[in-house]
Design a protein. Structure first.
Length: 320
């Protein structure tokens, strides 16, 4: 089968198309003939080498954690009824950039007939993470929300969910007025520049909840935008880890009774994730899947160049 492997960590050009044996599903796993692959920020971090300190990635690693397709085989202990079903699946830390992928059956969900594979990988992880990030922040209707990095695949559903849950204001940071207008159509009420400064209108001076997908050296400035009693939840590191002196800023923030937390959907039990995912897949919780580009699997390098440049508005999807 064709797959994309990381030959050399760093630039997107370090990835290449390779031929690999089709994997066999192990105990409790299913094998999926892939029809769509979600390109995520974690994929770019792994490829860049930023996570090399964790020691689990070596040359030849196949990135990709989210796929949709049809189950073609099952491993020991898995009901044969899965064979032939179209599914969404979370493959773990890799293995998704391929024509076939394996996933634990507990991380697989059957897809409604009307939902495309591309839409499934646009909603399946990002929108679920956005939902639980707002819950982790104890967001309540009537509170104001700032989404930092709102034009990405996680920020877009965060904007939609906050708006539909009754936020008094949904401010967004983005890189251009054109992106800001697109985000307004999805529920944003105020547009800020990347530093958090107002660009075209009179935005709130403070926020009850900040959902930070960017992190990086400018993260402390967004702690300063919290209202008394406000909460910042960090759900990504697009700009890298926060600065080493973040603790000092957090101490000052705590004096204002604000709080800071990191969040990963991994801490949410699978049944709870699946329940929210089912609502998203069926439209019970209406979130518009926004896809920036759909590219052939062989153009993974181009997809990662888009990620690195920051030009993507929404999800990038690869198709074998």
């Amino acid at each position: 089968m064709r797959a994309i492997a990381i030959r050399e960590f760093g630039r997107p050009e370090g990835m290449e198309v390779v031929e690999l044996p089709t994997p066999a599903p192990g105990d409790g796993e299913v094998l999926i003939a892939v029809e769509a692959i979600g390109v995520g920020g974690v994929d770019a971090l792994i490829r860049s080498g930023a996570l090399a300190a964790y020691g689990q990635f070596a040359s030849g690693h196949v990135p990709g954690s989210e796929v949709a397709g049809t189950v073609t085989a099952v491993g020991t202990g898995v009901d044969d009824a899965w064979v032939g079903r179209r599914v969404w699946a979370f493959t773990g830390i890799g293995g998704g950039y391929a024509e076939h992928a394996v996933a634990p059956v507990d991380a697989v969900m059957a897809l409604p007939d009307a939902l495309s594979g591309a839409d499934a990988v646009t909603l399946g992880t990002s929108a679920v993470t956005a939902h639980f990030a707002l819950r982790h922040a104890h967001f309540a209707p009537g509170e104001s929300v700032l989404v930092r990095g709102a034009a990405g695949s996680l920020g877009i559903p965060a904007v939609q969910l906050a708006a539909r849950a009754g936020a008094s204001a949904v401010a967004v940071t983005t890189s251009s007025a054109e992106r800001g207008e697109r985000l307004r159509k999805l529920g944003a009420t105020h547009v800020l520049d990347r530093s958090g400064a107002t660009t075209t209108d009179d935005a709130p001076t403070g926020y009850d909840v900040v959902v930070d997908i960017i992190a990086g050296p400018d993260m402390p400035a967004f702690l300063d935008l919290l209202n008394p009693g406000g909460r910042l939840v960090a759900v990504g590191m697009v700009a890298g880890p926060p600065p080493a002196d973040l603790a000092g800023h957090m101490t000052a923030a705590f004096r204002q009774s604000t709080s800071f937390a990191t969040f990963s959907a991994d801490i949410v039990p699978a049944p709870a994730q699946h329940a929210v995912r089912a609502d998203l897949f069926t439209g019970t919780v209406p979130v518009e899947p926004v896809i920036h580009a759909t590219l052939p699997l062989s153009e993974a390098v181009r997809a990662h160049r888009m990620m690195d440049s920051g030009e993507a508005f929404g999800r990038i999807v690869l198709v074998p």
